[in-house]
Design a protein around this ligand. Structure first.
Ligand code: ZN
Ligand code: ZN
Length: 332
C-alpha cells in the first residue's frame, strides 16, 4: 500500500491543514481536491506546489524539492523529510474591529467585514503558515484578522476626525487599497473590505457637531470639552438645532485665525491649550498633514515611508524596501 496524503474532510472555515507525517515516500499518492493546493515546505522555504488531481510523487513532479534533496548526503533516500501543507483557495470572510486614534488623538472605533482568498500559496505558506508556525485554520484566521486590524489602526491614525466622518466613502476606499496592498505581501488577495461602523466617544461626537457648524477644526479640538466649545461659541448643540438659525459655513472651511470675538473675554484659559502637533506640507496639495501621516488627509497623497537601517549592514534603506539594496538582506 503506498502512502496516501490527502486533506480528509476539510470544513467550510478551514484555510490550511498540515499533513501530520513529515516522512514522505517516493511513490506516495497525493490527492488534492478542487479549491485546494498542496505546498511542499522544508526548512522555512516553500518548494513545489501541486494543484487539484491525484499525483504519484516522483522527482519529476517535485523538481524544486528534488534539487534540494539531491544535495543531501545519501540521496536518493526514501522517505524524505518535507511538510505537506494543504491550502484552500476558496474565498473566506472575516470580521475586523478595533480602536485607534485620529491624527488629533480623538478616539475612533471601527468595525466591519473583509473577504479574502489565498492568491499565492507559496508566499502565504512562507510568510504565514510555516513562517509563523500557524498550522491550524483558527490560528491563521486570527492572524489575518490581527494583521488587518493592525493595518487599519495605523491607516486611520493618519486621518483627522472630521475627514473620517465627512468623507467616509473616500477614507474606506483608500483603507481598502492600503489593506489590499499589505495582504498581497503575505500571499493573500483582498476581495472586499467594508466598514460597518465607525464611531467616536460621545464627547467627540459633540465636537464633531461643532466642527460641522463652525468649521473651526483646530479651535474646537483644542477646547477641553464640548461644553466649553458650546460656551465659547455662546450656543449649545440642542439650542442650535432647535432654533435652526445656526450659521453654517462651508464644511471644514479654514479655521479662523482667532477664536470668535464673542469668546475673547473667556479666552485666557484656552491659552493653556496644547501647541498644535508638528506637521509636514503635502507636496501634492500643499496643505499641512500630521508629521507621521502615511497619507495626506486632504488629497490622499501617499508620503514616502521614512528610511530605516538595514539590520544586517547598518546602512539607510527606504522604509518600504523589501530587500536591502546594499547587502541583499530581506527586510520585513
Ligand atoms: Zn495633499
Ligand atoms: Zn544591508
Amino acid at each position: 500500500m503506498p502512502q496516501v496524503i490527502e486533506w480528509v474532510s476539510p470544513g467550510p472555515e478551514d484555510i490550511v491543514w498540515r499533513y501530520p507525517n513529515e516522512n514522505i515516500e517516493w511513490g506516495a499518492q497525493l490527492i488534492v481536491r478542487e479549491y485546494e493546493v498542496a505546498v511542499f515546505f522544508r526548512d522555512g522555504k516553500a518548494y513545489d506546489v501541486l494543484g487539484p488531481g491525484r499525483h504519484t510523487l516522483t522527482t519529476a513532479n517535485l523538481p524544486l524539492l528534488t534539487a534540494v534533496l539531491s544535495r543531501i548526503a545519501g540521496y536518493p533516500t526514501t522517505p524524505f523529510k518535507a511538510t505537506v501543507i494543504f491550502v484552500s483557495t476558496k474565498q473566506f470572510r472575516g470580521m475586523f474591529g478595533g480602536r485607534t486614534q485620529t491624527s488629533e488623538l480623538a478616539p475612533l472605533m471601527f468595525r466591519g467585514s473583509y473577504w479574502f482568498k489565498v492568491a499565492d500559496p507559496k508566499v502565504f505558506v512562507v510568510e504565514v503558515v510555516g513562517g509563523q508556525s500557524l498550522y491550524t485554520s483558527q490560528e491563521v484566521s486570527e492572524f489575518v484578522r490581527g494583521f488587518i486590524n493592525e493595518r487599519l489602526i495605523k491607516f486611520l491614525a493618519g486621518y483627522d476626525l472630521a475627514t473620517v466622518f465627512t468623507r467616509v466613502d473616500e477614507v474606506s476606499f483608500k483603507a481598502k487599497a492600503f489593506v489590499l496592498e499589505e495582504l498581497r505581501r503575505i500571499g493573500l488577495e483582498l476581495i472586499d473590505l467594508k466598514f460597518e461602523g465607525i464611531d467616536t466617544t460621545p464627547e467627540y461626537r459633540d465636537r464633531l457637531f461643532w466642527l460641522r457648524q463652525t468649521g473651526a477644526a483646530a479651535y474646537v479640538l483644542q477646547m477641553d470639552t464640548a461644553k466649553e466649545v458650546a460656551r465659547e461659541l455662546g450656543k449649545s448643540p440642542g439650542a442650535a438645532v432647535g432654533a435652526g438659525v445656526v450659521m453654517i459655513p462651508p464644511l471644514l472651511a479654514p479655521p479662523p485665525a482667532q477664536p470668535p470675538a464673542a469668546a475673547a473675554p473667556a479666552a485666557a484659559p484656552a491659552a493653556a491649550a496644547p501647541a498644535a502637533p508638528p506637521t509636514k506640507a503635502c507636496p501634492q496639495c500643499g496643505r499641512q498633514a500630521p508629521i507621521d501621516a502615511l497619507f495626506c488627509p486632504y488629497c490622499g497623497y501617499r508620503f514616502p515611508p521614512p528610511s530605516r537601517k538595514c539590520p544586517s549592514c547598518g546602512r539607510d534603506v527606504p522604509g518600504d524596501a523589501a530587500f536591502c539594496p546594499y547587502c541583499g538582506t530581506r527586510l520585513q
